[in-house]
Ligand binder design. Structure first.
Ligand code: SF4
Ligand code: SF4
Length: 168
């Protein structure tokens, strides 16, 4: 268990907006999430919180004791593979380091105030079949985002999970 815990405290990719745009919340969790500084979203009676998460400090959660249930339950593909001993701690760490390095390089290239989540939204709008919005982000940012998603889809999540953090 120690190895898995260490992996997460050196990673934080599921909280940083690298893997997902937002996480789900139950109605009962909304007040605590707001108290912890999370950006609570509501649509059609469903609740969630926006990522990147403001409670993330480096790769650690500053709201650990009161974090939402989805954060308690979530285990990415890499963590589950480590727990199943399908790969070593060193192999898992190298995937974390690779993904974090790509995320950091992409974040450095973003205009001030823009997040990877914003960039993903722009890509979704630009590629939506029913939306003729032009591609607003520079191509080099889209290429870097594509590289990030490739590595994350391969080791951390299913490609179908790019938007919402699953409940576990
Ligand atoms: S992405 Fe996986 S390894 Fe990284 S912090 Fe989240 S659960 Fe842990
Ligand atoms: S509350 Fe903590 S565990 Fe949940 S997304 Fe934010 S930083 Fe991560």
């Amino acid at each position: 268990m120690m190895a898995e815990t260490n992996l997460c405290t050196r990673c934080g990719l599921c909280c940083s907006g690298a893997l997902f745009d937002f996480g789900p919340l139950t109605g009962e969790e909304v007040d605590q999430a707001r108290a912890d500084g999370l950006a609570v979203l509501e649509a059609e009676g469903e609740f969630g919180f926006a990522l990147p998460c403001p409670a993330l400090d480096g790769a650690c959660c500053t709201a650990y004791a009161t974090r939402p249930g989805t954060c308690r339950a979530y285990r990415c593909k890499l963590l589950r593979a480590l727990e199943a001993e399908d790969l070593t701690v060193a192999e898992a760490m190298s995937h974390v380091e690779e993904a974090r390095a790509i995320m950091a390089a992409l974040t450095l290239q973003l205009p001030s105030g823009m997040t990877v989540t914003d960039l993903r939204r722009m890509r979704r709008r630009a590629t939506a079949e029913d939306d003729a919005a032009p591609l607003m982000a520079p191509p080099h940012l889209m290429i870097a985002l594509g590289m990030l998603d490739l590595v994350l889809d391969q080791h951390f999540r299913k490609a179908s999970e790019r938007q919402i953090m699953p409940r576990g």
